[in-house]
Unconditional design. Structure first.
Length: 352
């Protein structure tokens, strides 16, 4: 490992030497890099005859020291970034990205999948406890559902294409081979760039539509103390439109989505808003937040689909079984219909 790093460092140095040497020859160079300002103009030969790798007027040691420290020279081509020959922070960025970030990320994602599988095995599908009424109540209108599915659809594609950027080379490439992998990654990256904007719009609309239903309340505390009744049949802590767990999902979507959007935009438009070093930090933050958010959303997808009977309808046709609503959102049913719902947690019996 140490030997490999050494080799990489020597190779980078040699590349820098070669580049600097080539670029410093004005006749041959389209772009010349000059480190050290006006002093460099003077043709002072301080340590022996000039060699192609040396910047005129500078001590060889000084030049390489400056290059190694990432000092930006001046170039005559439009891309001023080319004046930095070696950016040492890039090594640290790569080490974190390919090391702890990928490692912990895979543990988080593997962990949540294992937990959900275990929960499904132990608890099974959460059923509607009481007798179904055959009557429904509208939970979300078409606009709300449209916004939800635009956000969800874009997020799923962003998550898959993003995970491919982080892990694809080690997982998918050996499975499907280089050409399919290259094509998939190419279209994945395109999708990632464009769908980011749909996701940002979706998160903004979700915030506007539902923020007022997601202000924390004392009922959330009860909900958390009873773990939402998720682990015990017949326990249904009262909740308005959204319960404590859903508020966590909501604020994770809003805060995590905003952070992903912000860091993502910095990366889609390189150097427009951030320096190279800042972009490296934004990239690490983007990937770490994405992994956490994917884990949270996996739990959300589970409970919104196979995990709970009757939940999907809320985002399907928008109509939920009245008994489902009484059990999971009793205070909301009272708000909307005016009926008085018996609360299981107060009476120790299932909601009717
Ligand atoms: C792709 C599969 C998904 C499914 C099956 C799904 C399902 C659902 C369902 C059924 C609801 C309504 C719950 C209720 O009536 O109480 C809901 C709400 C919600 N969804 Fe999704 N969803 C998915 C993806 C996503 C994604 C990717 C996001 C955000 C990135 C998201 C964000 C939300 C939010 C913020 C709510 C409101 C709070 C909540 O109910 O937790 N959903 N979803």
């Amino acid at each position: 490992m140490e030997g490999h790093r050494m080799k990489t460092a020597v190779a980078a140095l040699l590349l820098g030497v070669g580049l600097a040497g080539g670029l410093a020859l004005p006749a041959a160079a389209q772009s010349s890099v000059r480190i050290g300002g006006p002093a460099a103009e003077q043709q002072v030969d301080r340590d022996g005859p000039m060699v192609p790798t040396q910047i005129p007027g500078q001590d060889r040691g000084d030049s390489w020291h400056a290059i190694r420290l990432g000092e930006q020279g001046s170039v005559s081509i439009p891309n001023k970034q080319a004046g930095v020959l070696i950016q040492s922070e890039g090594e640290a960025w790569r080490a974190v990205r390919n090391g702890p970030l990928s490692q912990y990320g895979s543990w988080v994602l593997g962990g949540i999948l294992a937990l959900l599988a275990l929960f499904f095995l132990v608890r099974g599908r959460i059923r509607i406890d009481g007798e179904k009424t055959g009557r429904t109540i509208q939970r979300f209108n078409a606009f709300e559902r449209g916004v939800h599915w635009m956000t969800a659809g874009s997020f799923v594609v962003l998550a898959i294409s993003g995970l491919n950027l982080l892990y694809g080379r080690h997982t998918l490439l050996p499975l499907i081979g280089p050409e399919p992998f290259a094509a998939l990654s190419h279209y994945g990256k395109l999708a990632h760039n464009f769908l980011g904007f749909a996701f940002i719009l979706g998160v903004a609309l979700i915030f506007v539509m539902w923020a007022h239903h997601n202000i924390p309340s004392r009922h959330d505390l009860t909900w958390f103390l009873k773990a939402g009744g998720l682990f015990s049949k017949g326990v249904h802590p009262p909740a308005h439109k959204f319960n404590g767990g859903q508020k966590v999902i909501f604020w994770s979507t809003v805060v995590g989505g905003a952070a992903l959007g912000f860091t993502g935009v910095q990366l889609i438009f390189p150097f427009s808003f951030a320096t190279l070093e800042e972009m490296q930090l934004y990239q690490l933050a983007h990937a770490a937040i994405a992994v956490i958010m994917i884990a949270i959303i996996l739990a959300h997808i589970y409970i919104g689909s196979i995990g709970m009977e009757g939940a999907f309808d809320a985002m399907g046709d928008g109509q939920v079984e009245l008994q489902w609503a009484r059990e999971h959102h009793s205070l909301w049913v009272e708000d909307v219909t005016g009926e008085k719902v018996r609360h299981a947690h107060r009476h120790g019996t299932p909601a009717e």
